[in-house]
Design a protein around this ligand. Structure first.
Ligand code: KPL
Length: 323
């Protein structure tokens, strides 16, 4: 076979972040025979990953892991908390190969612009997943809910994609999405990733703050007295998204939020757990992002603002060392 007929470039996956979603993607890719490297915090190490699949069967995989990104063309899946992303990219900057594709896969918004500023010539994609995952212990993940993963890039990034002469296309969209879809279906390319990311943002704006402040499971929000608050949050976010050029409808969003509340009724939201364990939350990248866009677009978002401030106050109080 002639060289140019080699259909698919070998992908190396580097996963930044070993939380539930990072471990799920790493383990599923390993299960599919993909080459995976886990990039960990300096004080962490592992040589294996455990995966409990939806059918209840447990699998264990050997995995390469270190605190360094390997400098080679790869797909870098960023599965960190939103507030960790920019610092992590700065920290690993010199090891990011010019041909690597960076995929941001986290809750919240607001990391794309700083990442683009740090990596102006790289392909930076965004992804959103509805798969459920639970980290049962370090590097041991349970796949708790079948979902889908959408991947795409902003219009600015498509300019980079459209200049093949400048962009050595060692990996292309189809290779990456096919490999992901084989490992963790359903995964697909989205021509309107902004829509998916904003929809997930609104779901997080509705569910995470209320479940964190009240310290309740997601399912409690199905009680009728929460509906007006959920509706106001959806309305305010929708106005901001629309003004930002993303076509969303309040009723559709509310229906999506209710669907996620039912599907994850027994779960604690990530912000609920961050509060519980007194860890920093993603408030600035969830409600904070909506409020920042609302301010720039001169839109009033009083319910989001009140919740944001309440969370900020409680987070600050919780994180104070005891006197
Ligand atoms: O993404 C989530 C989170 O907890 O961060 C939801 C969808 C709300 C599920 O709990």
């Amino acid at each position: 076979m002639a060289n140019e007929e080699v259909a698919m470039a070998q992908i190396t996956w580097q996963i930044l972040g070993a939380g539930a979603i990072g471990c799920l993607f790493a383990a599923k890719l390993k299960q599919q025979g993909e080459q995976v490297h886990l990039v960990l915090k300096p004080n962490k190490s592992t040589s294996s990953l455990t995966l409990v699949n939806l059918d209840g069967k447990t699998h264990r995989f050997e995995v390469s892991a270190s605190d360094k990104l390997q400098r080679q063309a790869s797909v870098i899946l960023v599965c960190l908390k939103a507030w960790q992303v920019t610092d992590a990219i700065k920290q690993h900057l010199t090891n990011i190969h010019p041909d690597s594709i960076v995929v941001l896969l986290h809750n919240g918004m607001g990391t794309l612009a700083p990442c683009q500023a740090l990596l102006p010539h790289h392909r930076i994609w965004q992804a959103s997943t509805t798969h459920g995952a639970l980290l049962e212990s370090a590097f041991a993940v349970r796949h708790t809910g079948q979902g889908e993963t959408l991947i795409g890039h902003s219009q600015l990034q498509s300019l980079i994609e459209l200049t093949p002469a400048e962009q050595p296309q060692t990996l292309n969209q189809a290779d990456v999405v096919t490999a992901l879809d084989d490992a963790l279906p359903a995964s697909r390319w989205s021509l309107n990733i902004g829509h998916a990311i904003w929809t997930k943002l609104v779901i997080n704006c509705a569910i995470n703050p209320l479940t964190a402040l009240q310290q309740v499971r997601n399912g409690i929000l199905a009680e009728a007295h929460y509906r007006p608050s959920l509706q106001r949050i959806c309305q305010e976010c929708c106005a901001v998204a629309n003004a930002d050029g993303v076509a969303l409808k309040t009723d559709d969003l509310l229906a999506k939020v209710e669907q996620v509340i039912h599907a994850t009724a027994n779960n604690y939201s990530s912000m609920n757990r961050d509060f519980f364990y007194q860890r920093p939350t993603e408030n600035d990248y969830i409600l904070g992002y909506v409020i920042a866009r609302a301010k720039a677009l001169k839109i009033t978002v009083s319910t989001c603002q009140t919740l944001y401030q309440e969370l900020q106050h409680r987070e600050h109080t919780l994180c104070q060392p005891p006197s």
